[in-house]
Design a protein around this ligand. Structure first.
Ligand SMILES: Nc1ncnc2c1ncn2[C@@H]1O[C@H](COP(=O)(O)OP(=O)(O)OP(=O)(O)O)[C@@H](O)[C@H]1O
Ligand SMILES: [Mg+2]
Length: 257
């Protein structure tokens, strides 16, 4: 069971007096869905980029099963807010590209790509050009491409941030379905507190000035969805509203405006 440990990470960007992130420690195990929340500028993206291996921390390290990471790797797939697909390739080819990187033979790639597109509910869309797809569909192609790498960890920075409210709700349950099936360890950034509550097994709250982790809260609403409860019923549970108020208090504690 892969275990990703964030150990005492600090990041100073060049020219900044205060660290963007200071002494952050947490972990993600496979089968967990960890969600980072906090005010703008508190270091969420910075932390995710360090975990992805895109950014070297000034101090601290990220270890996977004891091994310190040295850069990006196929064991950690990334999904960004904007889809970052190749516009000159169609949906199937975008997914197949990740399969090619994994060493899957040309002969098998098309069929596997179609299966991955099916997983994100895009059956029959393989031949569509990226510009022919809606924002939600593009995000699903991005997700299929990320899953094509068979990552142990799925890292997502506001993956649903650019979507309209209805599409976003559908994507949330799709994410839970995929997470439950694939057993990846998910690490996601969001600004939506309801979204965090619905998806997370653990919520990590960060605060700015300097960016740091101030709290971790175990939650179980996403698992209830996976076990068959409807989103409507989960959100109607008074425990959901209580947890939301509690997290809002943590995020906005000390806020003067
Ligand atoms: N490349 C960079 N160079 C210098 N400073 C940066 C850079 N990227 C981020 N910062 C600064 O580091 C701090 C943390 O930024 P980060 O993007 O991690 O925050 P965030 O929590 O993701 O914010 P948001 O919710 O707005 O996306 C901010 O003060 C930001 O201005
Ligand atoms: Mg960010």
């Amino acid at each position: 069971m892969p275990h990703l440990a964030v150990e005492d990470i600090s990041v100073y960007y060049p020219g900044q007096q205060r660290p963007a992130l200071t002494r952050a420690s947490t972990y993600v195990k496979s089968g967990e869905f960890v969600v980072l929340v906090g005010r703008s500028g508190c270091g969420k993206t910075t932390l995710l980029n360090v975990v992805a291996g895109l950014l070297k921390p000034t101090d601290g390290r990220v270890r996977i099963d004891g091994e310190t990471i040295t850069g990006p790797s196929a064991d950690r797939a990334l999904v960004f807010q904007n889809d970052a697909l190749f516009p000159w390739l169609n949906a199937r080819e975008n997914v197949a590209f990740a399969l090619k990187l994994r060493g899957v033979s040309r002969k098998d790639r098309g069929e596997m790509a179609d299966r991955l597109l099916g997983l994100v509910k895009l059956d029959g869309f393989g031949d569509k050009q990226i510009w022919q797809l809606s924002g939600g569909m593009r995000q699903r192609v991005g997700l299929a491409r990320a899953l094509a790498a068979q990552p142990a960890f799925l890292l997502m920075d506001e993956p649903l941030g650019a979507l309209d409210a209805l599409t976003r709700e559908r994507m949330q349950t799709l994410l839970l379905d995929i997470w439950a099936q694939s057993k990846v360890g998910a690490l996601m950034v969001t600004h939506g507190i309801d979204e965090a509550l619905l998806l997370a097994t653990r919520i990590v709250v960060l605060a700015p000035g300097p960016g740091r982790i101030i709290r971790e809260i175990e939650t179980g609403f996403g698992r209830r969805y996976v076990e068959g409860e409807t989103v409507r019923s989960i959100k109607a549970d008074p425990a959901f509203a209580l947890a939301r108020a509690d997290i809002e208090d943590s995020i906005f504690e000390g806020e003067t405006v």
